[in-house]
Structures are given as structure tokens and as C-alpha cells.
Write a protein of this length. Structure first.
Length: 504
């Protein structure tokens, strides 16, 4: 590619990735939202049966619940409208959701105030699930085959930046100001999306309608100003199609892979890193534990995504996924051991008494022995940072890369929509069950469970995930499914092969 074509490619991917910047905003917005709202009487004096410890359990999962539906709805939208038009629609949904949340500040009626908050969180959740499906569908289809892994990390970098911005601004700005700022970013993204082009392989119902309206051939495809492959233009724009029967094995495998991304405990770490540090004596630090959490998660997420971009096309997908799962298993064990030491491995408190306790924070409350928590706080800090790095380098975008590369051109939109819904279902399970399980059996046991799930994910990668590095989009659908072949590909991965050669 020439310099002009390279610039256009990077520009298109940057604009598309702004949708996942909003993803980062929405995924952690519950933290500054709850801190701000719990000081408002018309929020904390709910009369619908929820106690104070259930606010977080209610507000937090609203975004992932909406994201499940957003992921499912994005698939028919991409088929009907096209990928770029779907990106525009997703950003428009973000504008509506953020505006509803911001407008709640100016409402005096408690019931209307609550309705706007809950509705806004749900709408932004729909947009989040939408973008998590459409963006990783767009980027591989416009990327050269030898750069797909690197370029898809623009999505992870954008999410990490969004998380860091949301955390950092949440300490100095009210929630409604943040909401209007995020709405403005979404509006800017809508404007910029009109300057990028549809992938050459995409033939939507809307594009066929436009072709017919302008008296053009309905078979004519939109051509990008650069090649999307290192092969000839004719080869790069050729479509790989597969029978829909292939989805019988591809859809469950990709859905499980994307669900594993969340079931290993990422959102448990990301959402509750501040309380985890607080349990480790963070209240005695010279800076707030929530700020420490935002710094650790935001910086670690961005740096790990950049590192992933440098190595994902060198080491292979399976290698990163396997060792990333092992790293998260070790990190989860570290968090579990930390809680076991400072608070005990088993919680003997009555769950109903815990949930009805309005006078203190129910989940991840500070330890009764601050000195013990402070003594072992480095273990919590190291474990959290290790988890974020293992996730960011190996799982944050690599799973979306593998999923997009596995599906054929005629099934990719459906498969990515279904996989996105499975991914967000995993978020709902972890964010909903973690506070309840922590109150019932203690904080240590759930993280031991996350470590066991991480081990299962590592085994799953070896047995069921094909290596898609440097292969045409959708080639796995043609090759078929073979556990023996998948295990052999892991054993013969570039990194492991070099290690065996040096050892011999």
C-alpha cells in the first residue's frame, strides 16, 4: 500500500474504533454514577424494596443486560443496512442513552429521576453490545491479512482509553456532565462515520437498494481506495462462503470463547478493583483506592493492548489465548488468597442480615484488621495488574479477531452478533452473582471459581479453537472442525516450535 492508502486505512479504523471508546465509557460509568447518585436523597430513599447494598447489583448489570439485546439486534441491522450505517445507528443510540442520563439531573420528581437513570443505562447498554459486534466485524474486512491482528487492537486501545477517561473524569465531574460529554463524543463519531467507506465484501440490502435507485448494477460492490489484502485486488475482494450448517459448530465455539472472556472474572476485577484495594487498607493510603484502581486498570489496559498489537501476528492467536488464560488463573488465585488471609476463606454471616445492612458497604468491605490488610495489599495490587495485563495482551481483542476470522463472509454478521450477546451474558453473570456470592460465602471463593474457569478456558482453546493467523477470512469454515488438527496447530505454533528447536 502507498502512504496515502495506509493513512486512509488507519483513518477508517480509527473512526470505526471511536464506537468502542464509548464502550469503555459505558462499561465503567456505574462507578462514578453510583458515587454521585448515592448522595442524592431521591435516589437513596427508594421505596421499591431494594436495600442500599442492592443499588450496585441493580445499576451495574443494566448495561450488560441491554448489551445482550444490542448484540443480537446488530446482526440483522448489518445485513439490512451495511456495516458503516450500523456504526452510525449504534452511535445514535449512544447519544440517546447519554442524553437520558444527563437529563435526569434536572428532574425533581424521584420516580421520573429513577426512570431516566435506569432507561439511560439500558439504552447505552444496547449501544455497547451493538458496537462490540459491529466494530470487530468492520475492521477485519478492511484490513490486510498480515495486519488484522494488529489493527483489531485499535478496538482494545480505544476501550482502555475510554475506561481511563471515565474513571479519571468521574473524580472531578458530576455524572450528568460526564453523560453530556460522552453524548458529544458520540455525535462527533456520527459525523466522522460519514467520511469512511463500506468494506468491499459487504453487500447489504440497503446497498442493493441504492444501486438500483441510481440505476447501477445490483452486483456492483463498493471499492475501497486500498487493497484489503496482500494478494491481488481480485483475490482480496473474493468472497468465502460456507454452508449455514457450518454454524452448528462455529456458532457454539465462538459464543463459548467470547463468554469465557468474561467468565474468567474481568468485570469482577474491573468493577470492584477500588473496593478490593479498600479491603486491603486502601482507606489509609494518601490517595483514594478508587483512584488507584482507575490508574491501574486504565494504564494497564492501554499498555497491554499496544503490546498485544506488536506480538499478536508474531506469536499466533492460540498461543496468546492459552497463556493469557493461565496468567488470569494465577491472578485470580492471588486475589482469592489475599481475601482468604485478610478476611477468611468462608463467610459465616447470614446473607439476609448482610443484604439488609444499610450502615456499611456489604461487598468487599474493609477488613476488621487494617494492619493485616495493609500488610498484604501488595498481593492484591500485583494480582489486579497481572490480570489486566494478561487480559489486555491475550484476550481483550484476540477473541474478537479469532471469531471474525473463523466465520465465512456470508455468516460473519450473524456469528459476531450471537457471539457479542454471549459475551455480554457472561458479564451479566459475573457482575450479578459476584456481590451475592461474596456476601453469602465470602470474597475468596468466587475468585477461586474464576481461576478454575480460566483453566477450563485454556483447555478449551487448545481443543476447539483453530489457528487463524495469516489465513484468509473464513478459511476455517472451509477447513472444517477437527480437535486433532487444533491440538497439532497449538503444538506447532511459531513460538512453541522455536522453543523446542532451541531446547534440542
Amino acid at each position: 500500500m502507498t502512504k496515502v492508502e495506509t493513512f486512509k486505512l488507519l483513518y477508517f479504523i480509527t473512526v470505526a474504533s471511536l464506537g468502542t471508546l464509548e464502550f469503555g465509557f459505558a462499561s465503567v460509568f456505574s462507578s462514578p454514577l453510583l458515587d454521585d447518585l448515592q448522595s442524592r436523597e431521591n435516589f437513596t430513599q427508594w421505596t421499591i424494596g431494594f436495600q442500599s447494598c442492592s443499588y450496585q447489583a441493580l445499576i451495574g448489570p443494566l448495561t450488560p443486560v441491554g448489551a445482550i439485546f444490542g448484540g443480537l439486534m446488530s446482526s440483522p441491522a448489518m445485513s439490512a443496512l451495511g456495516i458503516v450505517e450500523s456504526l452510525v445507528l449504534g452511535s445514535s443510540i449512544y447519544v440517546v442513552g447519554w442524553t437520558l442520563i444527563g437529563a435526569s439531573f434536572f428532574v425533581a420528581d424521584p420516580s421520573t429521576f429513577r426512570a431516566l437513570i435506569l432507561l439511560g443505562r439500558t439504552v447505552t447498554g444496547i449501544a455497547t453490545g451493538w458496537s462490540s459486534s459491529v466494530v470487530p466485524t468492520y475492521i477485519p474486512e478492511v484490513s490486510p491479512v498480515n495486519l488484522r491482528g494488529k489493527l483489531l487492537n485499535a478496538m482494545s486501545i480505544s476501550i482502555g482509553i475510554g475506561i481511563f477517561i471515565a474513571y479519571a473524569l468521574g473524580f472531578v465531574l458530576s455524572y450528568w456532565i460526564l453523560a453530556f460529554i460522552f453524548a458529544g463524543v458520540a455525535l462527533l463519531n456520527i459525523i466522522l462515520l460519514f467520511t469512511i467507506r463500506e468494506p468491499a465484501k459487504t453487500t447489504s440490502a440497503y446497498s442493493r437498494f441504492k444501486a438500483k435507485y441510481w440505476k447501477k448494477s445490483q452486483n456492483e460492490e463498493v471499492e475501497l481506495p486500498f487493497n484489503i489484502s496482500t494478494n491481488s485486488k481480485k483475490q482480496s475482494q473474493s468472497k468465502i462462503r460456507s454452508s449455514w450448517k457450518v454454524l452448528l459448530w462455529q456458532a457454539p465455539i465462538c459464543s463459548l470463547l467470547l463468554a469465557f472472556q468474561q467468565l474468567m472474572g474481568f468485570n469482577a476485577i474491573a468493577f470492584y478493583a477500588g473496593p478490593i484495594f479498600r479491603a486491603g487498607g486502601g482507606d489509609s493510603w494518601s490517595f483514594p483506592p478508587g483512584l488507584a484502581a482507575s490508574i491501574c486498570i486504565g494504564i494497564s489496559a492501554v499498555l497491554s493492548a499496544i503490546l498485544c498489537a506488536l506480538i499478536v501476528d508474531l506469536l499466533g492467536r492460540k498461543f496468546l489465548l492459552f497463556f493469557g488464560a493461565i496468567g488470569m488463573m494465577i491472578a485470580n488465585i492471588g486475589v482469592a488468597v489475599f481475601f482468604g488471609i485478610v478476611k477468611g476463606f468462608i463467610n459465616n454471616n447470614d446473607l439476609n442480615d448482610t443484604l439488609s445492612n444499610k450502615s456499611s458497604q456489604c461487598f468487599f468491605a474493609p477488613t476488621t484488621d487494617p494492619e493485616l490488610g495493609k500488610q498484604y495489599s501488595p498481593l492484591a495490587l500485583v494480582s489486579v495488574v497481572l490480570f489486566i495485563f494478561a487480559f489486555g495482551i491475550c484476550w481483550a481483542s484476540t477473541v474478537f479477531t479469532v471469531a471474525a476470522e473463523m466465520f465465512a463472509d456470508n455468516t460473519r454478521k450473524f456469528g459476531m452478533g450471537l457471539g457479542s450477546a454471549a459475551n455480554w451474558l457472561g458479564v451479566v453473570v459475573t457482575t450479578t452473582m459476584l456481590p451475592i456470592a461474596s456476601a453469602a460465602i465470602g470474597e475468596a471463593i468466587p475468585f477461586f471459581i474464576f481461576s478454575a474457569v480460566s483453566l477450563l478456558a485454556a483447555i478449551f482453546v487448545i481443543l476447539f479453537i483453530p489457528e487463524t493467523r495469516h489465513r484468509p477470512l473464513g478459511q476455517s469454515a472451509i477447513d472444517g472442525f477437527s480437535i486433532r488438527k487444533n491440538v497439532k496447530e497449538f503444538y506447532l505454533s511459531p513460538t512453541l516450535y522455536e522453543c523446542r528447536v532451541r531446547k534440542s
